[in-house]
Structure formats: structure tokens, C-alpha cells
Design a protein around this ligand. Structure first.
Ligand SMILES: Nc1ncnc2c1ncn2[C@@H]1O[C@H](COP(=O)(O)OP(=O)(O)OP(=O)(O)O)[C@@H](O)[C@H]1O
Ligand SMILES: [Mg+2]
Length: 538
């Protein structure tokens, strides 16, 4: 289908092209820039364009590809680095330098790479849509290949294959290949969704112990400027106990992303020992890249995450930061001259975010496997104001709220997670799990930790009024232990050997501190001097 550009507003263009459908992909202008239809109105179709529209003119041609924006799914995704439209950045950079030429198209997967294919079906077998018909060993992950059409197998390949070649021929003429396209705005289907039952271990003591996350759960990480969002997201990407990590750098600094890539190529996954990059897919839409592709980037990422979830993997999607995504949405909405909601964001911001969060979960997949997709999204509220629309929209949908505190960050207490304001809706379930799987003392020690931190806060207020001399010895002991809990337990430097802690080590550390406290309390009660007790504890 062909048509013409009749108007241009920021990242959007109006098209005169009868027959277009919502979310159809278009190539706009002489430069053939990638776009996607987002409104069909009386004035024509409006498409958002994922590259800069600078230099584009009214009257230039446009063509429709007659299909929605898709990602290419298949072996070779692991270790890849894409932009929001799934263009492989290292390959693009090697060919054309650091800037992507507008309108350039690149194969998302290495089509000529040879893989070892193991068929799971034989000639004569029936295969259903979504059923695995074969598998490939992809960097230590068993990569199942799903049928995208049903039929009876007539012929089946085995051994060395490439993505381009048909792997199965079906009776009547259909073929199955190792790669397939999936529209990014349509969640991949599943059979059943479960309430999360197992923890998503992050390796961060303050999270795993006080605000545990769940596999299949969602968490938001709001924090003002410089509170440690990026460092924490990257630390979790490194250490989380999952099979696959999809990391979206969304509108953040490019150099941070570059540093991360360098590190991931050399570091190993603490759980399996393989290189981190072999379990990671990166989607980079940094602040120097076109804003409109940012809107699509989180959908590109979540679709790849769902694809691995369908294989029965535990997948974690991290995005830094979802606020930059919301700003992209706002920019597009304002170009469309839509009625603005709060602070200029479109009125559908909250529902868009809610349906994005809804793609997380622990599910029984179409082929009967159990897989999970967890999400941790950082939020950058301007001025640290948590009442702003993006934070509020996330609050309504996320299962855990890990608030990064400017005061703590100033005192260089990292991760700067505020232990009074944060919460996790998975707390009860996950604490029970740790009690059963790690140590029955888990819940008790955790309660004691919360209590000590709360008592410290109260005592600090009292001390401000009556002076520290007004406090009893028992109070001084509480203040002492709470300070140690903050400094030795909740704090965790990402840049030294303490960066990662298993649940067992986390529990042992808490137990050591709290047992000392309990013993000191007993000695105080027996009449020992506080100064002696503290000296011996040190
Ligand atoms: N866990 C940590 N351990 C040690 N240092 C940390 C940790 N987290 C953050 N920092 C320090 O704080 C600095 C700022 O962190 P980071 O860049 O992650 O903040 P941010 O919230 O992403 O900031 P921005 O709002 O600018 O994106 C880091 O450069 C580092 O020095
Ligand atoms: Mg940051």
C-alpha cells in the first residue's frame, strides 16, 4: 500500500493512505523512516515515527508494510544488544559508526550462524501452535523452538541448521523455521497465571531480608537524582537468581550503558558461573537516541522476555527508567494534540502502565511448562516528588515499592532503600518460604530488625529533646545495635566483595548481630556495665 505524508508534528506524521489499520508498520518519507500507526481519524492516519523527522517534507511518499511492529524471536537473542526497534547495535556500529543511519534496516538475529538442532517431533507426529517441536543449545540455555502453525510433520531436520532454513515440513505444505516474528504490543498467551510463591533473590540484603521480591512479581524503584537507581538496577541484573535478564536502558546516559556492557562481558553469573552476557539481552535507548523509539523499547524488551518465559525460564526484566518512557509517551501525545491529563501526561498513562505490568507473572505456558517474568522498574520523579503521575501510576500496579532516599544517599548509605517507607506485598509468602528453605529463625530475626530500627528512630527523637544523657543504658544498647544493623547489614557496597549475598549469608549476618544484642541485653539485666559490654562486643 502506498500513500503520501500530509502533515508532520514532532515525532508524528499524518498519512493519506486508505486501508491502513491500527498499529500497522509504515515506512515514512523519502528516507523510509520506521513508523507505526497510532491513530485513525477523519484527518487521515497518524503514525509515530521512530527516527528523527528532521528534513522530512509534506508530500513525500509513505508505504505500509501491512503488519504490526514485531520482534524477531529465535536463537541468538542472548548476549545481543539492541535499540528499541531490535536493531543490533554492535553490528550497526561496526558497519556505519556510532550513529544509526535513519531508515536503515538490519537483521536482528545472526541468520547465517550454525546451531545444533535436536528435533522433538518425528515425521507423522502432530504439532500444535505453541508446542515445542525442537530445541537448540543456546549459550547454556535450552532454547525450545515453538510451532507457529499446526499440522502433521512430513519431514524434520536434525543436526547443524541455520535460521533461514526450514526445519520441519508439514503435510500440505507449511514449514517451521527456528525464528518467528511476534507483534510487540500483544502479550504472548499463557494457560494459567499463579500467585507468586518463590522469591526472586537479588543478592541485596536489604531487599531479600526486609522487602523480598517474588518470581513473577513486580517492583518499582523510585528515587530522586543520584540516589542509586542505576547502580542498584545493574547490581540486580548481575546477581539476581534468574535464568535470563532483559535490561532496558530507557532514556538514561549512554556511557553508563557502555560501562555496563564492558563489565557484563567479563563478569560471571554467581549462580551458574557462565559469563553474564550469556544470560542477558540488552535494549538500549539512551538519552542521545530518538525519543519515539523509546516508547516501543519496553514492548520490544518484554516480548523477548515472554519468549524465554515460554521456554520455562525464570526471566527478569529491568528498566531504567520508566519515567523517561512516560516522557516519550507525553511527547507523542502532545504532538497528537490529545487532551492532556495531569502534568501534561496523556490520560491513558496509568492504564498503559498497568497493562505493561500485567505482562509479568508466574505462568503455566501454552506448552505446559512453568515460567516466570518478573519486573523491576526504576522511576525518576522530578524533584523526588512521589505524588507525580508516573510514580502514582506505578504505585497502583507494582507489588513492591523500594523507595530510594535522598538523605541516605547523601550520607552514602547505599543501597539507599528507606526501611520505613518501602514495602513488599510478597513479604508474608516469601518470609515463610525463607523460613522453610533457609532457616526457621528468618521471620523472628526480621521482626527484631524492624523493631530495633523503629526504636532507634523513636529514641533519636527523645534524645533530641532530653539529650543523649537522658537515655537509659538499654536505650543506648538499642541505638548501638541499630547503627550496626544499618552500617554492616543494610548497607552494601556494589563496588567491593560485599556486592552480593546469598540468603544463607544474609541470615547468618543478621543472626550474628542480633544474637550479640540479645546477649548484651541479658548482661545488662544482670547488672554488667554498658561500657564493658560494648568494649567486649567490638
Ligand atoms: N550500591 C552502591 N554502592 C556504592 N556506591 C553506590 C551504590 N549505589 C549508588 N552509589 C553511588 O551513587 C552514585 C549515583 O548512583 P546512580 O548513578 O545509580 O544514581 P541514579 O539514581 O541512577 O542517578 P540519576 O538520577 O542521575 O540517574 C554512583 O555513582 C555511586 O558512586
Ligand atoms: Mg541513573
Amino acid at each position: 500500500m502506498e500513500g503520501k505524508i500530509t502533515g508532520i508534528a514532532g515525532p508524528t506524521v499524518t498519512l493519506a493512505m486508505p486501508g491502513l489499520k491500527m498499529y500497522d508498520r509504515v515506512l515514512a518519507g523519502a528516507a523510509r523512516l520506521f513508523g507505526e500507526v497510532i491513530r485513525l481519524g477523519p484527518e487521515g492516519a497518524v503514525a509515530q515515527v521512530y527516527e528523527s523527522t528532521r528534513g522530512m517534507g509534506v508530500g513525500e511518499p509513505a508505504i505500509s508494510l501491512g503488519k504490526p511492529l514485531t520482534v524477531r524471536l529465535g536463537p541468538g537473542l542472548l548476549g545481543a544488544i539492541y535499540d528499541g526497534l531490535q536493531r543490533p547495535l554492535p553490528e550497526v556500529a561496526a558497519a556505519t559508526g556510532p550513529f544509526i543511519l535513519p531508515g536503515s534496516q538490519w537483521p536482528a538475529l545472526a541468520e547465517e550462524r550454525v546451531w545444533a538442532f535436536v528435533p522433538l517431533k518425528q515425521p507423522g507426529d502432530k504439532v500444535a501452535v505453541g508446542e515445542p517441536y525442537g530445541a537448540i543449545e543456546e549459550d547454556g540455555t535450552r532454547h525450545f523452538l515453538f510451532a507457529d502453525q499446526a499440522g502433521t510433520v512430513a519431514a524434520m531436520a536434525s543436526g547443524s541448521i541455520t535460521l533461514a532454513q526450514p526445519l520441519a515440513e508439514l503435510v500440505g505444505g507449511g514449514t517451521l523455521t527456528a525464528a518467528q516474528e511476534w507483534p510487540i504490543r500483544i502479550p504472548r498467551p499463557w494457560r494459567r497465571k499463579f500467585a507468586p510463591t518463590t522469591p526472586l533473590i537479588t543478592g541485596q540484603r536489604v531487599i531479600d531480608f526486609l522487602f523480598p521480591l517474588a518470581r513473577g512479581g513486580t517492583a518499582m524503584l523510585p528515587g530522586g537524582f543520584g540516589t542509586g537507581k542505576t547502580v542498584l538496577e545493574q547490581a540486580i541484573a548481575k546477581f539476581a537468581e534468574v535464568d535470563i535478564v532483559v535490561y532496558v536502558g530507557c532514556g538514561e546516559r549512554g556511557n553508563e550503558m557502555a560501562d555496563m556492557l564492558e563489565e557484563f562481558a567479563t563478569l560471571t553469573d554467581p549462580w551458574t558461573g557462565r559469563t553474564l552476557m550469556r544470560r542477558t539481552i540488552m535494549v538500549a535507548n539512551t538519552s542521545n537516541m530518538p525519543v519515539a523509539a523509546r516508547e516501543a523499547s519496553i514492548y520490544t524488551a518484554v516480548t523477548m522476555a515472554e519468549y524465554y518465559r515460554d521456554m520455562g525460564c525464570h526471566v527478569l526484566l529491568l528498566a531504567d527508567s520508566i519515567s523517561r518512557w512516560a516522557e516519550a509517551l507525553r511527547e507523542i501525545s502532545s504532538a497528537l494534540e490529545e487532551m492532556p491529563g495531569e502534568e501534561g501526561y496523556p490520560t491513558y498513562l496509568a492504564s498503559r502502565l498497568a497493562s505493561f505490568f500485567a505482562r509479568a507473572g508466574m505462568v503455566e505456558t501454552m506448552s505446559g511448562k512453568i515460567g516466570s517474568l518478573s519486573m523491576i522498574l526504576s522511576v525518576s520523579p522530578p524533584g523526588g516528588d512521589l505524588t507525580e503521575p508516573t510514580t502514582q501510576a506505578c504505585l497502583r500496579a507494582a507489588g513492591a515499592f523500594l523507595m530510594l532516599d535522598t538523605g541516605l544517599a547523601h550520607r552514602r548509605h547505599f543501597p539507599a532503600i528507606n526501611w520505613f517507607q518501602s514495602y513488599s506485598l510478597y513479604d508474608q509468602e516469601m518470609t515463610a518460604y525463607f523460613g522453610k528453605e533457609v532457616d526457621p529463625a528468618w521471620a523472628g530475626l526480621k521482626r527484631q530488625t524492624h523493631t530495633l530500627l523503629q526504636r532507634e528512630e523513636k529514641l533519636r527523637e527523645v534524645a533530641e529533646i532530653v539529650g543523649a544523657e537522658g537515655l537509659q543504658d538499654a536505650d543506648h544498647l538499642v541505638m548501638h545495635t541499630a547503627a550496626r544493623l544499618r552500617q554492616e547489614f543494610l548497607r552494601q557496597n556494589t563496588f567491593d566483595s560485599d556486592a552480593f549475598s546469598t540468603p544463607k549469608l544474609t541470615l547468618e549476618k543478621a543472626a550474628r548481630l542480633l544474637d550479640q544484642h540479645t546477649a548484651a541485653e541479658a548482661r545488662l539485666a544482670r547488672g554488667d556495665f554498658l561500657t564493658d559490654i560494648l568494649r567486649e562486643m567490638a
